[in-house]
Design a protein around this ligand. Structure first.
Ligand code: HSE
Length: 341
């Protein structure tokens, strides 16, 4: 499978590391072999090579901050834009891992549409296009017999979308509620141990949990984007940000957290939606609430279904390999659907 990556930050590099480290195992157990033929970034440059880029060299150059450090190879092109790479028509799938923009979803949204128009499957970790234009992207993909998959956008590689699409097929999903942002859950957990807010945020950034601009995490917009994706993808809602009541954790002080602890409670940033609307809000939960026990960057979601009642999934919510794993899982699903294994 030939891949173009748009973006090569924490998640893109996590995915490339998985391909580098598990190539033999993936070939053996899944019959899966992938080549990254193009990578385009805003800050490191762009590389394209029809026969595939060298993953160790790509990761080393990215670690040093510039693809100028990637060695010359026969057939290597530097400086192409995503449009040039799509127009070359060689990739089977485009993987969108550039930073999320929840206001316009651009420039990723146009790139995604262009890739589908060119006959490429689409895998996203970038939440913008699916939070703001899920129905159109899905319709475009289906009309062309292509797949648009976005497991990485909610709860990293924890299989939320696949659970709903496959294991819960036949159930109607009525609502989703849970902890959907790893950064804020990590910060709240650290603050309970006495760490100041700023230090906890810095740690969350260093651990690769936070968005490029962490404002979206701490003010609740990242969780809001995920709730929109769940509502629109899993229960066919047509919600927009205007249908959500959103706040974050920035107004929660160390004293608030201590008060909650003294009362046998714990603050969690809870996100939830039905087909009619939703909310994101820092909420004081009693310790007996199962969500109160979900700490660090771990996330949890409860899906309310018509046939099975509530199904709760707890697992990784953010992180380099944890999110890279979702991209791998989506590509394997594309391969299975194409009957290639
Ligand atoms: N910034 C996000 C989070 C990354 O903290 O949950 C995963 O979507």
């Amino acid at each position: 499978m030939k891949l173009i990556l748009v973006g090569f930050g924490v998640v893109g590099q996590g995915f490339a590391e998985i391909l580098r480290d598990k190539a033999a195992e993936l070939k053996r157990s899944q019959g899966f072999a992938a080549a990254i033929i193009g990578v385009v970034t805003a800050s490191k440059g762009a590389l394209y090579r029809s026969d595939g880029l060298d993953l160790p060299a790509l990761l080393e150059a990215a670690g040093d901050g510039s693809f100028a450090l990637y060695p010359d190879q026969p057939g290597l092109r530097r400086g192409w834009g995503a449009e040039d790479m799509i127009a070359a028509g060689e990739a089977d799938a485009l993987v969108e891992v550039s930073p999320t923009n929840l206001e316009t979803a651009q420039p990723a949204l146009d790139i995604c549409k262009r890739a589908l128009d060119a006959g490429m499957h689409l895998v996203l970790a970038n939440k913008g296009p699916v939070a703001l234009d899920y129905a159109n992207l899905q319709a475009k993909a289906r009309a062309k017999g292509l797949q648009m998959r976005c497991e990485a956008t909610v709860m990293a590689g924890t299989p939320t979308m696949q659970l709903a699409d496959e294991a819960l097929a036949g159930c109607e999903i009525l609502s989703a509620r849970g902890i959907l942002n790893g950064t804020t859950n990590y910060i709240l957990t650290q603050m309970e141990s006495g760490m100041p807010y700023e230090s906890a945020l810095t740690q969350a950034q260093e651990l690769g949990y936070a968005e490029t601009d962490p404002t979206g995490d701490v003010e609740g917009w990242d969780a809001a984007g995920k709730v929109l994706i769940l509502a629109n993808a899993l229960f066919g809602a047509a919600l927009t940000m205007d249908d959500l009541d959103v706040s974050g954790i920035t107004q929660i002080s160390a004293a608030d957290i201590a008060d909650a602890q003294a009362a046998g409670c714990r603050y969690k940033l809870i996100a939830g939606a039905t087909a009619e609307g939703g909310m994101v809000k820092a909420t004081r939960l009693p310790l007996a609430d199962p969500l109160a026990g979900v700490g660090g960057s771990t996330n949890a979601v409860t899906l309310e279904t018509d046939l099975l009642g509530d199904i709760t999934l707890i697992g990784a919510g953010a992180g380099k390999r944890e999110t890279g794993a979702a991209i791998l899982s989506d590509l394997l699903a594309i391969q299975r659907a194409a009957g290639l294994t």
